[in-house]
Design a protein around this ligand. Structure first.
Ligand SMILES: *Cc1c(COP(=O)(O)O)cnc(C)c1O
Length: 343
């Protein structure tokens, strides 16, 4: 028996997945009278491939992993929800998350009636593995980590993440939405090799396709099969997959390079403003900045039509704004506005 099997909810383990018409016959040509579709062709009258074979065949080699270890979802948010549904018994099991971090882990937990134990990061947003271990109990099924972390921007050391995986008997999820901006690199290959590790990535950030809603999970074949069984059969639309197949061909190296350069430039200039108290180091495409009066600066920038994310009411982020790195000209406009604010 694998390490995963005893972690799966019994109702999920016993599931007989819905078999779609396209599961039973997926040949390219023929007279399709099997799925109650309209026979009038308009490009979208047919259901999309529930196995997303074409898109997976493009993405898997990009990530350096076998297709069997790749799940595609309607954003990474779908993968987060599926992990709760597959592994956590509502009202009984719990998940451990870090704070501050991405809000969806807590929201998806609440929707699934799964309790959450939250571990506060240190003042510099590093993670104390001892505190994480202390937050786990016999009912903890999943640990959610985010690296580079949103909203703090820092990546946790690879060795620390793998050490947590080695010690924890349940599932460890590492959300790598911002991995393309980090020098640390991905744990995707580790997720193929380790049964209990799930790595989340997305086309939404560096790949510039947030509007298409394509996220992914990389994990053991067993976990990927479970996710594929529990997902809605047609979770990715034909429109999203067709467009993603085209846009995935775009080389993003130059864009990522420019954003990292701009991140460095902003990180050097921002501390010079008298109202800036701290610029936190970032491995992502955003910078968390602590200022004298976050609400006032947020309102001022809004008046200047510059919209940033006010995180001052997030515990651990008091006084902080999160600034996404934009185009060089956009960042210049931000710096100009900040100069005028200082006056
Ligand atoms: C933006 C973001 C995602 C991406 O979510 P999608 O649903 O794929 O758009 C995932 N995790 C974190 C931490 C994020 O900040």
């Amino acid at each position: 028996m694998s390490r995963i099997t005893p972690l799966v909810r019994p109702n999920i383990a016993a599931l007989a997945p819905y078999s779609t018409a396209r599961d039973e016959y997926d040949g390219p040509i023929g007279i399709f009278l099997d799925a109650n579709e309209s026979p009038y062709e308009n490009g979208f009258n047919r259901y999309p491939d529930p196995h997303q074979a074409a898109l997976k065949a493009k993405i898997a080699p990009l990530k350096g992993i076998p297709v069997e270890n790749l799940f595609l979802g309607n954003g990474s948010d779908e993968a987060i929800d599926l992990i709760f549904r597959i592994f956590c018994k509502p009202g009984k099991d719990n998940a451990v998350i870090i704070s501050p971090s991405y809000g969806m882990y807590g929201v998806a937990a609440a929707i699934n009636d799964v309790a959450v134990h939250s571990v506060r990061l240190e003042a510099d947003f590093s993670l104390d593995s001892r505190k994480l271990a202390d937050a786990c109990d016999d009912w903890t099924k999943v640990i959610f980590l985010c690296s580079p972390n949103n909203p703090s921007g820092n990546a946790f050391p690879k060795e620390q993440l793998l050490d947590i995986c080695d010690r924890f008997p349940g599932i460890v999820v590492i959300d790598e939405a911002y991995v393309d901006f980090s020098e640390q690199g991905s744990l995707a290959a580790e997720a193929v090799a380790r049964e209990n590790l799930v790595v989340l990535q997305t086309l939404s950030k560096a790949r510039a396709m947030a509007g298409l809603r394509v996220g992914m999970a990389i994990s053991s074949v067993e976990t990927i099969q479970l996710m594929s069984q529990v997902k809605y059969p047609y979770n990715l639309s034909r429109a999203a997959m067709e467009k993603a197949l085209i846009l995935i061909e775009n080389k993003i190296d130059n864009q990522v390079y420019t954003i990292i350069n701009e991140r460095k430039r902003l990180s050097e200039i921002l501390p010079c403003f008298p109202f800036v108290r701290k610029v936190f180091p970032s491995d992502a495409n955003f910078i968390l900045v602590r200022v004298d009066d976050a609400d006032a600066l947020y309102d001022y920038l809004l008046k200047e039509s510059i919209i940033v994310r006010n995180r001052t009411r997030v515990p651990g982020c008091e006084g902080c704004l999160r600034l996404t790195v934009g185009l060089p000209a956009e960042n210049e406009a931000l710096l100009n506005a900040l100069e005028n604010y200082a006056l």
